[in-house]
Design a protein around this ligand. Sequence first.
Ligand SMILES: Nc1ncnc2c1ncn2[C@@H]1O[C@H](COP(=O)(O)OP(=O)(O)O)[C@@H](O)[C@H]1O
Ligand SMILES: [Mg+2]
Length: 264
Amino acid sequence: MGTPLAGTQPRQDPRMVGRMSCIAVCSVKGGVGKTSAAVNLAALAAMEGKTLLIDLDPQGSATYSLAVGERVPGGASSVALDGQIDAVVKTATVNLDVVPADFSLRRLDTELADVRRPRRRLRRMIEKLGEGYDHVILDCAPGIALSIEGILRAADLILVPVEPAALPMRGMDQLSAYLAGDRRLQSIPMVAFLSKVDRRRATHRRLADELPNERDDIIGVIPYAVEVEEMPLKRKPLVESAPSSRGARAYADLWRAVSERLAA
Ligand SMILES: Nc1ncnc2c1ncn2[C@@H]1O[C@H](COP(=O)(O)OP(=O)(O)O)[C@@H](O)[C@H]1O
Ligand SMILES: [Mg+2]
């Protein structure tokens, strides 16, 4: 059988053909490992299919870690509001593109306040940017603001890094309760992974050994590792800069667990 000529196939309903899967890496706290996870998981996703990482934090750490320029024509905040496709930039990693962030994103919440149906606007923007991709990964800014609520609506899975200690665990349960109370977010599964786990510390060791067995919403453990810490210096994901390191293997396990949840 020959290949059908381009243009002779009936147009498929875009909702029916393999829609991208969208993972939002988010947490109320900053500095917990969101960006490290978003960049490394995006690079792993890119080994399987076309992947877009959308950097939604004005600090632009994901943008920086992938060695992409931080100058966004018109400013990242207008991209977030209008979803301009020309904002997408290729990275040095095969199959991985990024929508960079810049400091203008700090104004996003104020700007959204003047927009009709702001949350829906953000969800649509993410869906528009994600067209043609197999995976979209959102690196969120910390906190729960109007913008985050809209961003999370685009997600098929919400992934939260949690440091293994009592207060961060409590923060995770608060986030989960907040999601459960929002009609448009309650159906989106939320899972967490233990982040920056230092096995020399008794509490870390105990929680890392117990929690993944006790709670099925904890799907992975990322060790505290120098190669993760150094990623912003090397400006490359670990699959490229240190593929056999402990950190790289832990992110690969996490990616498998995330993929299983997405398929469930
Ligand atoms: N597993 C880890 N081991 C060592 N350092 C880490 C690890 N995860 C994150 N870090 C470091 O902690 C800081 C915050 O991490 P980051 O991923 O930027 O968090 P967030 O995006 O939540 O603010 C960064 O300096 C990063 O390099
Ligand atoms: Mg970050």
